[in-house]
Design a protein around this ligand. Structure first.
Ligand code: GLN
Length: 486
């Protein structure tokens, strides 16, 4: 049995019964990384011996009576979450040598619960992108087809989970960056409600949208990981002080009486017919399980991409002002004065997409344009949020495709930013509204590429999202398929 191919839940059962050890699981994962990562290229940093030391500690703790469902489980961390003593690059040259002195709260919680960190995984630079091609170091490949993108920006997290190079991973989602790569790689990705999971120690991209969440092999693991990371954190002023349920208790195989909304704005022209069909079939499956399917409308959907690219870039332009070559990371040589040092460090340190975003955002915030762009964007954002509030008066969850197409070829969209931005057309509104959303596997294209079903819920109602996702998953076996890496 290949330990690396098992789920958190399966391994936690074996570990509890003493049928395996965290050392054996961690060795299996590290060997898998050795065997396939030269092809997949999910990892920026592999911790190796440090991971084995954590595994031994977990095994000792277990003997001493400690038990947690994630104790001794290897979890990969997206490289935009601070890890004390381990390089955290955000896949940017500007942070290429940055070693944080502290752990992000989510990382601290995992350490507390005794997980093992096999390493830090690749992403689009500063989480800006949908393909992981914008990494400042190298592109990650889709384990289902090495000529295709794994999605992004959490492409390293998704590829590592799908390829068995970790058991679960954390990613971040500002406009779709957990759900879209999960869909591309045939795994489960959950973006929790804004405020559900602390972002202390997450390198900020767009602070009113960013949220951390799990990428896992199935829905049960998603709930297990949420139990480990969710909850209020006084160090993050946007973290919500609300009760945290036991997410596993939502894993009931029953959607009887649940109302599932189908928004017509999400089944559009230009969408891949195979994706359309798989998602409609999935909705029928939910109906067959006893859910009631209802048409809903989210009339402002068409403005979401434009709104997002005003607000996200504005916030990015402000958040990224701190990379000046003085306080963090990279500093260019040979500057003649302070201004020149800022300019040289930023010009050499940031990649082209990050520069594009900073310019867009700085323009949107500049005097004279603020009212026309940023303020207008905020107003439209409210309308988009109200669309969801209205729909959730009649339904419990909303079902949509996660992305309009399956994974595209590496290079296919890199010269056309607008095409790339449109990959997030179904995920972006969810961040603007702050609601939770999950992507789960719901089929394959004829070319054997995974397709994702997105399920959305009310604020802080991850429970309904997980319940519908779990019921669907238990009635199908898409989540059991694993890629053969050639
Ligand atoms: N693809 C979107 C962007 O480039 C979303 C990225 C994300 O969610 N971090 O902004």
């Amino acid at each position: 049995m290949d330990l690396f191919s098992l789920t958190v839940n399966e391994l936690s059962g074996l570990l509890a019964k003493g049928e395996t050890t965290s050392r054996a699981v961690t060795e299996s994962v590290l060997e898998r990384i050795k065997a396939v990562d030269s092809k997949v290229r999910a990892y920026i940093t592999v911790t190796g011996n440090a991971a084995l030391a954590q595994a031994d500690r977990a095994d000792r703790d277990r003997k001493a009576g400690t038990a947690s469902p994630v104790l001794g489980i290897p979890v990969a961390i997206k490289d935009n979450m601070c890890t004390a003593g381990v390089r955290t690059t955000c896949a940017s040259k500007i942070l290429g040598n940055f070693v944080p002195p502290y752990d992000a709260t989510v990382v601290g919680r995992l350490v507390q619960a005794g997980t093992v960190m096999p390493g830090k995984v690749n992403m689009d630079e500063f989480a800006m992108g949908s393909s992981t091609e914008n990494s400042g170091f190298f592109a990650t490949k889709n384990p289902w087809d090495l000529e295709r993108i794994p999605g992004g920006s959490s492409g390293g997290s998704a590829a590592a989970v799908a390829a068995g190079e970790c058991i679960a991973a954390l990613g971040s989602d500002t406009g779709g960056s957990i759900r879209q790569p999960a869909a591309c790689c045939g795994i489960v990705g959950l973006k929790p409600t804004y405020g559900r999971v602390s972002r202390f120690g997450l390198v900020a991209f767009a602070s009113s949208l960013d949220q951390i969440g799990p990428l896992t092999k199935d829905v049960t693991d998603s709930a297990i990981m949420m139990n480990a990371i969710a909850g209020h954190d006084p160090k993050d002023s946007t973290s919500a002080d609300v009760p945290v349920p036991d997410f596993r208790s939502s894993l009931v195989k029953d959607v009887k009486g649940m109302k599932v909304g189908i928004p017509k704005e999400y089944f559009i022209e230009g969408m891949d017919p195979e994706v359309d069909k798989a998602v409609r079939d999935a909705v029928r499956t939910l109906e067959g399980l006893g859910a009631k399917v209802v048409d809903v409308t989210l009339p402002h959907t068409g403005y979401a991409v434009a709104t997002y690219y005003i607000l996200a870039t504005s916030e990015a332009s402000s958040n990224l002002a701190r990379y000046d070559g003085v306080k963090y990371g990279f500093r260019a040589e040979g500057a003649k004065d302070l201004l020149d040092q800022y300019m040289k460090s930023r010009s050499q340190g940031f990649g082209p997409e990050v520069k594009r975003r900073i310019m867009l955002g700085t323009y949107a915030l500049s005097a004279g344009y603020y009212e026309a762009y940023y303020k207008k964007g905020q107003q439209v954002r409210t309308l988009i949020k109200r669309d969801f509030d209205e729909a959730f008066k009649t339904v419990d969850v909303i079902a949509t495709p996660t992305a309009p197409t399956a994974a595209f070829r590496i290079g296919e969209k890199s010269s056309d930013p607008l095409q790339m931005y449109l990959s997030d057309i179904f995920t972006i509104s969810v961040n603007l509204a702050g609601i939770p959303g999950i992507s789960i596997p719901c089929g394959f294209t004829k070319g054997n590429l995974p397709i994702g079903l997105q399920l959305l819920g009310r604020h802080f109602d991850e429970a309904s999202v997980l319940r519908a996702a779990f019921a669907y998953e238990q009635a199908t076996d898409w989540h059991k398929k694993r890629p053969k890496i050639s």
